[in-house]
Design a protein around this ligand. Structure first.
Ligand SMILES: [Zn+2]
Length: 276
């Protein structure tokens, strides 16, 4: 059963609305919230949910036409409808410069992701830059935060103290890492975000996190503790696979279904080499 759920964060003139879409209702990692603030849309939702996304977009086009679409990174749940939104509204999406080529060319995704999200469609974009604004002229600052993906760029709105976090949050503790994720960069990027003055965090998977800074801090601390714990066990003579089981439990369905592209071992392997 596809899902659809509406979200709203009210803060006077800067209310944020969100629509959660997804083919499978199997938790936050199979669904996606497309957020909108005034005439600005943040990320697009996956291509297999175009019908839902289009409906929401057409409804708001009548009173507030879309002026800009900001994409946080190239992953297909974030960018999958960019081309169709561009065609429907005439806006040329903004995307991180590091992801533009992939977006333009298109890219292959693993079978599991194809089933959950559908395939991405190539889309022409322009580079996110430092002079972006909301409709009232208040700034939108792109903050490059690699680790989850090389191009991941969060969107910080200092006047509202909002952070649109792409995939930087999702959960306060990680259990898995994708094989192309980089834990050291991820922790460094979390520190970069924690230096910003924001309060509400908008995560397309978890939802609206009102005490966003504390949540992100907790994630950072948990990751650091995981690295310490893994390295201590290694010093005691445990092997990598035993450390995985001891800290995170045995590999499960997700590792097998993704052919170990998403696994606990990926996380522990990188935790063992993180410079504490
Ligand atoms: Zn992602």
């Amino acid at each position: 059963m596809p899902i659809r759920k509406e979200y709203r964060y009210d803060n006077g003139e800067h209310s944020v609305t969100g629509t959660r879409v997804g083919r499978f209702n199997l938790g936050i990692n199979t669904t996606f919230i497309v957020y909108r603030i005034g005439d600005t849309l943040i990320d697009t939702g996956p291509s297999n949910q175009w019908r839902e996304v289009k409906q929401v977009l057409e409804r708001s086009q009548q009173h507030t036409p879309l002026r800009q679409l900001l994409i946080t990174h190239h992953h297909e749940d974030h960018s999958g409808n960019a081309r169709r939104i561009s065609q429907l509204t005439g806006v040329l999406p903004y995307a991180p410069v590091q992801g533009q080529e992939k977006l333009a060319r298109g890219y292959r995704t693993p079978l599991l992701q194809k089933v959950i999200w559908g395939s991405p469609r190539p889309v022409a974009t322009q580079a996110l830059h430092n002079n972006l604004t909301l409709s009232d002229g208040s700034p939108v600052i792109p903050v490059h935060t690699p680790g989850h993906a090389k191009d991941l760029t969060c969107l910080f709105m200092p006047a509202q103290k909002y952070l649109f976090s792409g995939d930087m949050y999702i959960s306060k503790s990680l259990k898995y890492l994708r094989s192309d994720e980089h834990l050291g960069d991820l922790i460094h990027s979390l520190d970069k975000l924690l230096a910003l003055d924001f309060s509400v965090l908008f995560c397309p998977h978890r939802g609206i996190v009102e005490d966003g800074k504390a949540a992100l801090q907790e994630k950072r601390d948990n990751l650091y503790r995981l690295c310490e714990q893994a390295q201590q066990l290694q010093q005691q003579g445990l092997k990598e696979e035993d450390i995985v089981v001891r800290i995170l439990g045995p590999e499960d369905f997700l590792a097998k279904a993704s052919r170990y592209n998403i696994s606990k071992s990926n996380l522990i392997r990188q935790a063992l080499i993180y410079p504490l």
